[in-house]
Design a protein around this ligand. Structure first.
Ligand code: PEP
Length: 247
């Protein structure tokens, strides 16, 4: 069995003081854990968090990456720059980026390529809206989103992590049931298997209102290899409880 990955996504939350308090509490409570842990922090705090996490088992993640290698792209951050700050994982294609910043499947695929080219692991987010689920289009939507990443990355796709995040479950307190999540994860696993002989080693995370109370049941599903955690990653006690469920 693969060890699980629990990755926090702080989104646009935090401050120098709050980050230090949160990470110190996470590190103090972590102890020995069998699962991999990462925190996705706002880019401006990467340097601070890199220092706070130095020598620990917690990996640093970025929440976004430029689709371009470098040059005249004001406000963007290149893969090579993230790499300089010890970034191990990069969240790409989060539904908030797709929705508020118009990121297309093609842009997400390019961002995935940039992360892989610099030796970082992209956490590729896919997921359907409520309207798409109600229209019976869940499988079609997530397969389309993943297909674009597979197409652009060829055999390197075995190096990615995929996060299934139903949009209707993100930050809403509504969670996919373990059966609903497993059904979509099985669809994604089959798609990855058709594309790569090493698909079994690709971690598939669930994200969407995962918390201390529902984590165990979700993480017990055969194709759920971890979680991408938003709100619950901002409280050390909740984040640690989810990590404990995964270990
Ligand atoms: C997310 O933003 O990736 C997420 C899963 O958020 P939440 O856990 O708050 O639903």
């Amino acid at each position: 069995m693969k060890n699980k990955l629990i990755a926090g996504n702080w989104k646009m939350n935090g401050s120098l003081a709050a980050n230090e308090q949160l990470l110190k509490a996470v590190l103090a409570g972590l102890g020995q854990t069998a699962c991999q842990v990462a925190v996705g922090v706002p880019a401006i705090y990467l340097s601070q968090c890199q220092a706070l996490l130095a020598g620990s088992a917690v990996h640093l993640a970025a929440q976004d990456i430029s689709a371009h290698e470098g040059g005249a792209y004001t406000g963007e951050i290149a893969a090579a720059m993230l790499k300089e700050f010890g970034v191990r994982y990069v969240i790409v294609g989060h539904s908030e980026r797709r929705h508020y910043h118009g990121e297309t499947d093609e842009v997400v695929a390019s961002k995935t390529q940039r992360a892989l080219a610099c030796g970082m692991t992209p956490i590729v987010c896919v997921g359907e809206t409520l309207a798409e689920r109600e229209a019976g289009k869940t499988d079609e939507v997530v397969k389309r989103q993943l297909a674009s990443v597979i197409h652009a990355n060829g055999h390197c796709v075995s190096e990615i992590v995929v996060a299934y995040e139903p949009v209707w479950a993100i930050g809403t307190g509504k969670t996919a049931t373990p059966a609903q999540a497993q059904q979509v994860h099985a669809v994604l696993r089959a798609q990855l298997k058709a594309a790569s002989a090493h698909a079994d080693r690709i971690k598939l995370l669930y994200g969407g209102s995962m918390n201390a109370a529902n984590a165990s049941a979700l993480l017990a599903q055969p194709d759920i290899d971890g979680g991408l955690i938003g709100g619950a990653a901002l409280k050390a006690v909740d984040f640690l409880a989810i990590i404990a469920s995964a270990a």
